[in-house]
Structure formats: structure tokens, C-alpha cells
Design a protein around this ligand. Structure first.
Ligand code: MN
Length: 261
């Protein structure tokens, strides 16, 4: 072998080794499939979820409501984690209840799409995470029930539907939970923009967080990679009213998605 060729080859091999080592220490990125909100003619999600996922180093991908189940499965396969977001009330028929007069707007198409998305995610063994309505959908899908209207069904002085205030109430986090392992706090002040919440916890799930008035603010499956929170971590991450500490703290929930694959 010519000496120059040998030296070049040596440098080339060294470069491969360096590249390999750098890659090993880099954060693993996952594709987070955000299930769309099904408003009607458009395919929609809320930008805050997209931004929080991007800031965490992961890759957001909006999953549209595809009626063909085989094609929906193919689309979901592109994602490593499936995310269900905030939105309307769930149709109470889904968990065997009669609609309360104080039930808010429902979106049957979205209910049905999110149920199909969870079913396919389970077949594909993909992790599912839910935020706000997403937590409620998870609970109903796996056999739990919901409180349809907190102010009329619960004895509480806390306003959970507090859209203006970014710090609405405090929660206690179960020290045995995955949520505690990620956030490292057993009490936190969170935002709150819901008037529904988990009533009977779905079989196989445990409560990860609860507000001071006993409203369930987080659930996690005991054997599946399925998690949900009632508050909005993405609003802390990209919101104008959160401190730098809060942005970093709640960003951990989105960074942690890369460990779910
Ligand atoms: Mn709340």
C-alpha cells in the first residue's frame, strides 16, 4: 500500500470512530405522532404541542383522521409515540353514562378517531401519551368513567376551568409514579383548563397526581406505556407566563418521550 493512501485510510477510520462516539452520546430523537383535533374540513393541531415537542429535540408529526384502518396503521407506524391532545368533552355514551345538562361541546368524529388511534397504537405496541382531554380519552377507552362537570358534581372551591390563569392550583404527585421520577417534585402548581376529569380510574391504571380537592390530575398504566396528565405542560414550555425554571421543568416531560420507544 502506498504510504499516502495508508495515512489517508488511517484518518478516515479515525473519523468514523469519532463520529460513532459522538452519535452515541447524542440525544435519541423520536417521532411523536400528534393525533389531529378533527374540527371538520381541516386537519388541525395546536402549535404549542408542535413547539414543545420540537424544543425537546423530538420530531412532531401530525396524524390526520384516515378512515381506512390499514392506511391509518401505516401512518401510525411512522411515529414512535402517539400523543392525544386537549379539546372538547367526550361523549358520555362512550363510558356508559347519560349526558349531563352541563356537558360541553362534543366531537363524535374526534372521539371515534382517537379510539381508533389508541386501538391501532395498542396493536402496534406504541406508547400513548395524553394531555388534558387526551388523559380523559385514555381513561374512558381503557374502561374508566368521567366527571362530566366538576363544579356541579364535585364539592370544590378550586376553579379547574381557569383559562386566564397559568398557575391555577397545586397538585400532589405520587412518589411511586413515573411522573415523580421525571419531574422530581411531589407538589407542583399547574394550569387548569378543564371542567371534566377522571371519575372511576380505568382498570390497570394508577393515579400519578391529584389536586388538593381530590380531582385526578394524572394517570399511568401499570403494564402498558400509556400515560396522561390533566394539566397542560406544553403551555408552561412555550407560554408567556411561565418562569425559565418552569419551562425547563415541564420540558422534561417532552424530552422523556424519547425514552418511551
Ligand atoms: Mn385541574
Amino acid at each position: 500500500m502506498h504510504l499516502h493512501t495508508f495515512i489517508r485510510l488511517k484518518y478516515f477510520l479515525l473519523l468514523i470512530l469519532i463520529a460513532g462516539a459522538t452519535n452515541a452520546t447524542a440525544q435519541r430523537r423520536v417521532v411523536v405522532g400528534i393525533v389531529e383535533e378533527c374540527p371538520g374540513a381541516e386537519v388541525t393541531t395546536t402549535r404549542r404541542y408542535v413547539d414543545a415537542i420540537t424544543l425537546s429535540g423530538n420530531i412532531p408529526l401530525v396524524i390526520p383522521d384516515i378512515s381506512d384502518s390499514i392506511l391509518l396503521r401505516q401512518a401510525l407506524k411512522k411515529a414512535d409515540v402517539i400523543m392525544l391532545t386537549g379539546g372538547e368533552d367526550l361523549a358520555p355514551q362512550l363510558y356508559g353514562a347519560t349526558p349531563s345538562p352541563l356537558l360541553g361541546t362534543v366531537n363524535d368524529r374526534r372521539d371515534s378517531f382517537e379510539y381508533r388511534a389508541i386501538a391501532e397504537a395498542m396493536r402496534l405496541k406504541k406508547p400513548v401519551v395524553g394531555i388534558c382531554r387526551g388523559l380523559q380519552v385514555i381513561n374512558a377507552y381503557f374502561g374508566g368513567t368521567l366527571i362530566q362537570d366538576i363544579p356541579t358534581e364535585c364539592n370544590t372551591t378550586i376553579s379547574h376551568k381557569n383559562i386566564e390563569q397559568s398557575h391555577a392550583h397545586s397538585i400532589s404527585i405520587n412518589k411511586q409514579s413515573r411522573l415523580f421520577r421525571i419531574l422530581g417534585n411531589d407538589t407542583l402548581t399547574v394550569n387548569s383548563t378543564h371542567h371534566q376529569s377522571v371519575k372511576d380510574v380505568a382498570p390497570g391504571f394508577s393515579v400519578s397526581a391529584v389536586s388538593t380537592d381530590g380531582i385526578i390530575e394524572g394517570l399511568e398504566s401499570e403494564r402498558l406505556k400509556v400515560y396522561g396528565v390533566q394539566f397542560h405542560p406544553e403551555r408552561f414550555v412555550v407560554g408567556a407566563n411561565s418562569t425559565e425554571e418552569e419551562k425547563m421543568l415541564f420540558l422534561r416531560l417532552f424530552k422523556e418521550l424519547s425514552k418511551l420507544k
